[in-house]
Design a protein around this ligand. Structure first.
Ligand SMILES: Cc1ncc(COP(=O)(O)O)c(C=O)c1O
Length: 394
């Protein structure tokens, strides 16, 4: 299936002339996502939040079905949360890790996740180790196999790291985790919406994602998947009257489903908006989305490599819509700001955002451009032309 780019452009709320290459920062919502949210906010203003929620309950419940369809799981295995960080942290801090337990993670792990490992190392004495990367830059699955022993209690991998275009081989890693019965947590924050995510193929126990990036959903929305089998043993790090029922003066009972990782109050407009975003992606088809994103990103990498002074720093056998580069010895934030002044939103990404990978590869600050399927070939031409003149002008 190929994408109908004309229809996709017509669904943009943004000016079609805006060249938005910051989709891994926050993408552009399609009209249906915006309208879904506005209509719920309108209803809340007209009826009050509680009545609006009751009236929209079937649609709210359907959000869980949409997410379940996106990642091939059961609706009971989905928690809808504020963002990917909350989802990931809920699963991570629920793990009963003890002194001496080993956490294995990727060199290009997301900074916040790594900070949580370090905190766990400090507080509980767990050991954090990075799995070496292959020459291509992805997690070396053979090296991972060689690191396994009975003390490994968690394998936690970022599917698509902050920068570098890399797509880690989460299915191959999952096979190792499953073989040894090790809890496997996948950060799919930047892959959701651009890459097919099938939790049965990945064989993960938990997976987190955000709404605002490649899913084109609202800010302040995300979800956590937790496999049914794993749910029973995972006590959320915090409980409230939504995640648990107060059954007696000294007792409470957790919800049986993944919503034990949610709490009572919700931004229902954002939740519905996230559902609309997932439905939009599903209607287009993730394989078609991935193929267009990959095509545009490959073209952008290719064109950037031809610009004097520009170095593309991407790695991995399989590469996604994120394209990172530096311009001579120039400051990445300054280049990013100059691009923004020329109406090309991108982001800067400093070495501390992927400290281990950046140190290993001696990376300078990077400019991160990230394309989505609604971008067009002529936008790449204009972007490269503008960057060429910024690079040439000092
Ligand atoms: C790989 C990765 N994981 C997690 C997050 C956090 O997502 P959120 O801001 O939705 O909490 C990000 C955000 O940039 C990310 O790139």
């Amino acid at each position: 299936m190929t994408l109908d780019k004309q229809a996709i452009t017509a669904d943009l709320v943004a000016d079609p002339e805006l060249i938005h290459f910051d989709n891994a920062g926050a993408s552009l919502m399609p009209r249906s996502v915006l309208e879904t949210q506005i209509s719920h906010l309108q209803l809340e203003a007209e009826l009050g939040g509680y009545r609006a929620e009751a009236e929209r309950m079937p649609a709210i419940e359907a959000v869980y079905d949409s997410i379940a369809a996106l990642i091939n799981c059961h609706r009971d295995e989905v928690a809808v949360v504020e963002n990917a960080t909350v989802g990931w942290m809920m699963a991570f801090y629920a793990l009963p890790l003890e002194s001496g337990d080993r956490i294995l993670t990727a060199e290009a792990e997301y900074a916040s996740n790594y900070l949580a490992y370090l905190q766990m190392a400090k507080q509980r004495g767990v050991v954090v180790e990075t799995i070496p990367s292959t020459a291509d830059g992805e997690v070396d699955v053979d090296a991972l196999r060689g690191m396994i022993d009975t003390r490994v209690k968690l394998i936690a991998i970022t599917h698509v790291p902050t920068n570098g275009g890399l797509v880690n081989p989460v299915e191959d890693i999952g096979a190792v985790a499953r073989e040894h019965g090790i809890f496997y947590l996948v950060d799919a924050c930047q892959s959701a919406g651009q890459i097919d995510l099938d939790v049965d193929k990945i064989q993960c126990d938990a997976l987190s994602a955000t709404g605002r990036k490649y899913l084109r959903g609202p800010r302040g929305s995300g979800f956590l998947y937790v496999r049914r089998r794993a749910l029973v043993d995972l006590h959320p790090p915090v409980v409230d009257l939504f995640s648990a029922t107060w059954t007696g003066p000294d007792s409470y009972e957790l919800r049986a489903d993944a919503r034990r990782f949610e709490n009572w109050e919700n931004n229902y407009a954002a939740k519905l908006g996230l559902g609309a975003a997932v439905d939009y992606a599903l209607a287009l088809g993730i394989p078609a989305i991935e193929s267009e994103v990959t095509r545009l990103a490959a073209k952008l990498r290719d064109r950037l490599a031809g610009v004097d002074g520009v170095t593309v720093h991407d790695i991995g056998r399989r590469r996604c819509g994120i394209v990172t580069f530096s311009v001579g010895g120039r400051d990445a934030d300054e280049i990013s700001r100059r691009l923004r002044q020329n109406e090309f939103p991108t982001s800067g990404s400093g070495p501390s955002s992927t400290l281990i990978d950046a140190t290993r590869r001696g990376l300078p600050g990077l400019v991160r451009s990230s394309v989505h399927y609604f971008n067009r070939d002529d936008e790449i031409d204009r972007f490269v032309e503008t960057l060429g003149s910024i690079a040439g002008n000092g």
